[in-house]
Design a protein around this ligand. Structure first.
Ligand code: SF4
Ligand code: ZN
Length: 312
């Protein structure tokens, strides 16, 4: 909390000092600034056509609900854009059920159609069952998150395709994007470094194009936005959360941001400038069709089917 006049409207009392920009903002100007940032990002990367059917991946967490809330607000500038929320039910007992209820309530309140896809329905196993079969018994070196990440990416695409969406928006924040950049560098995964971007360009009729309208919104701003707008969201962490490397990087980036405000934006912008050069060093693969499931894949067997074989 700060005792100063808002640098936006120069009228109201400021409640938030935004360190990276030096602004002191009242609640109204702060909320407007986040909404303006999302509009600017949509325009800058030409993320949306006026008549897109946009699926929004809504987990029930603060970021995805704040994004949904803002996209519904922005619909008044884009009356031909159709929104549908897509929620993935991984099947995590005692955790996902609460999030599903929160997501469903929010969609009802915002008058947005809601579509749920489940791991159980798509793959025959819930994440709990997968963990029980392969992770706990030590049959796999992969963590629950490794399975969940691959299967959820596919589930979001399948869900978006099922509702007839032309694009799918995820609520990855600036923090998520910058953490991913550093993770890929630390792992030496240059192909992924080139691939993870604000708007996907993997062209295949079975891929719904992915956009990240929150890629320039810091997680702190997204959380504060949800708080100001009194958006209910799930706060408890996933019981399998164990991404050691990401957690270390998150801590390091937050400490850097505290000492050197603007660090996260600097890394994000640096990656945007570097990407064309990185892309040139990567051979773009041609998609094959997975022999098992018929989805596009770099190899004969896609990653999803490979993981499911381990589970079976
Ligand atoms: Fe899935 Fe891991 Fe996230 Fe839990 S923490 S939802 S297991 S990726
Ligand atoms: Zn497959």
């Amino acid at each position: 909390m700060v005792s100063a006049v808002c640098t936006g409207c120069r009228r109201n009392e400021a409640f938030y000092f935004r360190q990276y920009s030096g602004e002191c903002l009242c609640q109204r100007c702060f909320a407007q600034s986040v909404e303006a940032k999302v509009r600017a990002t949509l325009t800058r990367y030409r993320m949306l056509h006026f008549d897109d059917h946009l699926a929004v991946a809504v987990s029930g967490g603060k970021d995805s609900l704040a994004l949904l809330y803002i996209l519904v607000k922005l619909q008044k500038f884009r009356p031909k854009t159709v929104l549908t929320a897509v929620t993935v039910d991984e099947g995590i007992g005692g955790y996902r059920d609460e999030a599903l209820t929160i997501a469903a309530d929010a969609c009802r309140e915002l008058n947005v159609a809601h579509h749920i896809v489940s791991f159980k329905g798509l793959y025959g196993f819930s994440l709990d069952e997968i963990v029980e079969r392969v992770c706990q018994g030590g049959q796999s070196e992969l963590t629950a998150c490794a399975y969940c990440g691959v299967l959820r990416r596919r589930a979001i695409n399948t869900g978006a395709r099922a509702v007839g969406a032309s694009k799918v928006a995820t609520a990855h924040t600036l923090d998520d994007e910058v953490q991913t950049v550093l993770m890929n560098i630390l792992r030496g995964d240059i192909a992924r470094l080139a691939k993870e971007k604000p708007m996907s360009d993997e062209v295949h009729p079975m891929f719904v194009q992915k956009i990240k309208p929150f890629c320039e919104v810091p997680e702190k701003d997204s959380a504060l936005y949800a708080y100001i707008k009194k958006i209910s969201f799930q706060n408890s962490p996933c019981p399998y959360a164990s991404q050691a490397l990401r957690n270390d990087i998150r801590g390091m980036l937050n400490r850097m941001e505290e000492k050197h405000a603007g660090t996260k934006f600097t890394v994000f912008r640096a990656m945007e400038k570097l990407r064309p050069a990185v892309e040139e060093t990567i051979k773009k693969g041609v998609f094959k069709t997975c022999v098992e499931c018929g989805e596009p894949s770099a190899l004969d067997l896609c990653k999803v089917c490979e993981l499911l074989q381990h589970v079976r």
